[in-house]
Design a protein around this ligand. Structure first.
Ligand code: ATP
Length: 288
């Protein structure tokens, strides 16, 4: 019996000798949101393609809902939702027509296109052709299409990239609603704020390997360095920044020195971000 909605065992893929995904193993529990972070070319999309049955792993296995994806692709694909960054909507058709076509492909008879469109903030626009939609509207329609079959597992690849704040927020809310409904969400992103806000756990991918996987809280405890950030007044009246690392044996002395030797104007503590931690682990940033 395979435990977990998504299970990857030693998943490996190479494109003409270029190792894109290198023996990756992890599992995602039912109802969990996993944020999958990594810079361009880390191997995230290739991993998603193997998990969703679009690429056959060169080595290793992927199980979705307990089924080996390579053996049960059709059955699994009916129970998952997939939303990729590149839009593949029928531009000449209306939003409702797009949704109905997709529903027919999945053999879904009962669904309310208007309710679905309302959920993604496209109420009243369902009978407009998709070619008249903005990028954000298309992205929201893609999300509507991905959740149309009430998927047990939802794969979202960079769902908020390049979106205006309102569209991005609408999509974040949908992700949380889907989790509440019981769906497992696999969220690929290099937006660390999205990852932090939404994910129960995050996986860091770098050069085809998973280099860390834990809750944002645990990652911060393990790798993140907290710091005191201060603004001090210099002799010539300029504001200057000072930083004192927290949680080190030197901290009390450095804090005392800061306050005795400088004119401190403001002071606050700052936690490491997921981006800081990614840099600490890999030596490189999430966005190049
Ligand atoms: P991004 O954030 O840019 O989407 P990613 O983490 O999703 O990046 P992948 O698209 O999985 O990364 O790419 C992993 C590696 O495989 C990269 O070096 C990429 O150039 C290579 N690659 C991806 N698709 C192909 C392909 N169809 N043919 C050849 N090489 C490919």
């Amino acid at each position: 019996m395979i435990e977990g909605a998504i299970v990857a065992e030693e998943l490996t893929y190479s494109y003409n000798g270029l190792l894109a995904v290198d023996h990756v193993s992890f599992s995602v529990a039912e109802g969990e949101i996993l944020g999958f972070l990594g810079p361009n070319g880390a191997g995230k999309t290739t991993t998603v393609k193997m998990l969703t049955g679009q690429l056959r792993p060169k080595q290793g296995r992927a199980y979705l809902l307990g089924m080996d994806i390579t053996q049960h692709a059709k059955k699994v694909q009916g129970q998952i939702g997939v939303c990729f960054e590149v839009t593949n909507l029928y531009e000449q058709m209306t939003a409702v027509e797009n949704l109905k076509l997709f529903a027919r492909l999945f053999g879904i008879r009962r669904f309310d296109a208007e309710v679905l469109l309302e959920r993604v903030g496209l109420a009243g626009r369902g009978n407009d052709r998709v070619e008249t939609y903005s990028k954000g509207m298309k992205q929201r329609l893609m999300v509507a299409r991905a959740i149309l079959n009430r998927p047990k597992v939802l794969f979202l690849d960079e769902p908020t990239v390049g979106l205006d704040p309102t569209s991005a927020e609408a999509i974040r809310n949908i992700i949380l609603e889907e989790r509440k409904r019981g769906a497992t969400v696999f969220l690929t992103t290099h937006d660390m704020l999205d990852a932090e806000k939404l994910s129960d756990r995050v996986a860091f991918m770098n050069q085809g390997k998973i280099v860390a996987l834990d809750t944002p809280h645990n990652l911060k405890q393990k790798y993140g360095r907290r710091a005191l950030k201060a603004k001090v007044l210099s002799r010539d009246g300029e504001l200057e920044d000072r930083e004192v690392p927290m949680d080190t044996p030197e901290t009390p002395r450095l804090v005392q020195e800061l306050f005795s030797k400088e004119k401190v104007v403001t002071v606050h503590s700052e936690e490491a971000t997921l981006e800081d931690i990614f840099i600490e682990i890999t030596g490189r940033g999430l966005v190049e």
